[in-house]
Design a protein around this ligand. Structure first.
Ligand SMILES: Nc1ncnc2c1ncn2[C@@H]1O[C@H](COP(=O)(O)OP(=O)(O)OP(=O)(O)O)[C@@H](O)[C@H]1O
Ligand SMILES: [Mg+2]
Length: 269
């Protein structure tokens, strides 16, 4: 069975697609066959990123590895039940198809609650939730009392993960490894970093996730999309500079891949 990695949270712009793309190229660099599903059916950022990658490879006459992609569509059925059933069938077919020749299946979710996103959460072996490194984004995981900073309870998203966990347990699947990745860490905000770190640590025990090394705030992440390149391609092209900042960013990708403890994956970039 392929190992399913899902990028999910219900907050827009926290780094799901950027992380999906970097993991995708990292796993391919490690010699793994990767399948990709983009569940953000409106924006399709992950698949557009890959499309840009193909264009760059052709323009620069450069070999760039690509994953096997499966495109899902929304059901046109009128009734919610029929639409659910049809989408469940399509989702299962996507997994079956990719499973036959992939070691890993990467699923990028939209920043909202959709039927497909729920299905993805219940099949995730590893669930990665990137969050922007600010207390404002903390409500992605928990409801907090603004005055005291106390955790009042799980967020709607944490409840969704909880439900997905129950479904997995009922189906006899091994528990999901839920990891939270702190994204856009700012170097000049040590105080904020510590505060978010402490709050996350407390919460991780309560709602059952672990915290993995994340990415600093770096311009390069915003520049990569148009060329479809990732930090793993630094040496292959003169489109990206081998600056200290870019090399440090690549090191952060390495640390993330290592922290995921994926079986038989050796970081080779
Ligand atoms: N560490 C970072 N430093 C700087 N910019 C970043 C970083 N991570 C992501 N970004 C930028 O933030 C924006 C949002 O990132 P991304 O598209 O990966 O988020 P997302 O969670 O997939 O968003 P959505 O919920 O809309 O799908 C993009 O422009 C991306 O380039
Ligand atoms: Mg996205």
């Amino acid at each position: 069975m392929a190992h399913v990695i899902v990028l999910g949270n219900e907050k827009g712009g926290s780094g799901k697609s950027t992380t999906a793309m970097h993991l995708c190229t990292a796993l391919m660099a490690a010699g793994k066959a990767v399948g990709a599903i983009d569940l953000d059916l409106r924006q399709q950022s992950f698949f557009r990123y890959l499309e840009n990658r193909s264009v760059t490879a052709a323009q620069d006459d450069m070999a760039l590895s690509m994953p096997r992609q499966f495109t899902l569509r929304l059901s046109n059925e009128d009734s919610a039940e029929a639409a659910q059933a049809e989408e469940e069938e399509r989702f299962a077919q996507a997994l079956d198809t990719l499973d036959t020749n992939c070691d890993f299946i990467l699923i990028d979710c939209p920043g909202s609650d959709t039927r497909y996103a729920r299905m993805a959460h219940s099949v995730a072996d590893t669930l990665i939730t990137p969050m922007n490194d600010s207390l404002i984004d903390f409500d992605l995981l928990a409801r907090m009392d603004a005055a005291s900073g106390k955790v009042l309870g799980p967020s709607v998203y944490s409840e969704l993960v909880w439900e997905a966990r129950q479904l997995r347990a009922k189906a006899g699947l091994k528990p999901v490894d839920w990891v939270v990745l702190r994204n856009r860490l700012a170097h000049n905000q040590a105080h904020n970093r510590r505060k978010v770190g402490k709050a996350l640590e407390n919460l991780s025990k309560r709602i059952g996730f672990r915290i993995v090394p994340g990415f600093s705030e770096r311009v390069i992440f915003r520049e990569l999309f148009l060329s479809g390149l990732t930090l793993l391609d630094l040496k292959k092209t003169n489109r990206l500079s081998l600056s200290l900042s870019n090399i440090a960013a690549r090191q952060e990708v390495r640390e993330l891949v290592n922290a995921l403890n994926l079986s038989d994956v050796k970081v080779s970039f």
